[in-house]
Design a binder for this molecule. Sequence first.
Ligand SMILES: Nc1ncnc2c1ncn2[C@@H]1O[C@H](COP(=O)(O)OP(=O)(O)OP(=O)(O)O)[C@@H](O)[C@H]1O
Ligand SMILES: [Mg+2]
Length: 440
Amino acid sequence: MAVELSSKQIVGELDKYIIGQDEAKKAVAIALRNRYRRSRLASDIREEITPKNIIMVGPTGVGKTEIARRLAKLVKAPLVKVEATKFTEVGYVGRDVESIIRDLAEVSVRLVKKERFDEVHEKAEKATYERLITALFAQYKSKCPADMPDTEVREKILDDLKHHRLDNEIVEVEVAEEHNPQPMMQGMGMMEINIGEMLGGILPKRKKKKKIAVIDAEHIFLTEESEKLIDMDNVGAEAVRRVEQDGIVFIDEIDKITGKGGGHGPDVSREGVQRDLLPIVEGSTITTKYGPIRTDFILFIAAGAFHFSKIEDLTPELQGRFPIVVNLNSITYDDFVKILSDTENSLLKQYTELLAVDNIKLSFAKDGIEEIAKIAVLANETNENIGARRLHSIMETLLEDVSFNATGDHPVIDIKVNKEYVDEHLSNICKKFDLSKYIL
Ligand SMILES: Nc1ncnc2c1ncn2[C@@H]1O[C@H](COP(=O)(O)OP(=O)(O)OP(=O)(O)O)[C@@H](O)[C@H]1O
Ligand SMILES: [Mg+2]
């Protein structure tokens, strides 16, 4: 694992983005730290220790997905998120759950590739510029004074490229032809085989001349040059290792695949999904195009509201594989205030930055923030409780006027969002949710 954060440090990092939900944060932090601890043990005992998977119980919009996502990002772990209900759909075949692990492998490959690309970026960029200069040379030189030495022309092109002055010029370049991906034998429990990719390894890639914009050529060249500089086989192997040791699978809507509700048909398929998930959660080996992947040490985090069913409605086998159950709380007034003012990625910061581009200087007064929080709570109480997601629609409405009218070609305009501003601009929301009687 890339990072050796203690449980406390992990919680500290999560605190920057997610308000409250301490129980859930603590559980995921411990699970992560246990992985690190496990990695330090002798291999015989290490093989024995499997992750303690977690179920997060809580209503919509309270941070379940966000916690998993931030956690994965923090420790650079590959993460996939699936909706358990997806597997109850018509046409579903039991083996389809294995696609979760294949998707995780793809995520992991992208992650590792990105890291490797970053390492060789400088070299790859240099080679990319060289190729672009060569491609552009003739057409560029024809516009320069006739006596300008070639080296100077090349330097000028380089300077223009670096300053994106040639992005939209058209160049003719040779690019490797894309092999048409043809997934075969899908859903038959076979590996998804890509003929193009299989042959791609054997046959040299066919080159094709194409006229494209410089900016697009730059991207293509950069990828090609980066790939030349890294060991792609090693990427696959490292990606598999990461999935096996650090992978996280987030299964949403786990509460919707319980057999609760009686009757036939769909219930059978829902319990069927639980049965199909079991081997993956318990530990099995899945074939992927990067090689076989053992799922024994992948951390599974399941989530659900459990409004209409209970954890106990899950099959005992599956329950047994999720020994840790944590509850997440509804978002309160205090939470809303903190989500707005104390988080690293807060919507207030986002809008302030966005509008600054168009010469609007937004500032938020304490009583303005409190008013937004109050309206959010009331809207959630009187209508569907959508948790922190409520803030997205409220902020959008609040700033709609400014967002629409700001053009950037005016001097800087100061806008102070205080209680009066909020009440004035959210009067429509208040009417819609019939909140006027509480607010004004
Ligand atoms: N406790 C919180 N602190 C800060 N932001 C939060 C919190 N809870 C939710 N959010 C924000 O609200 C949005 C929705 O949160 P998230 O996706 O985690 O919801 P969820 O609990 O997974 O809901 P669902 O059950 O609908 O999937 C995200 O933008 C997230 O950043
Ligand atoms: Mg979610």
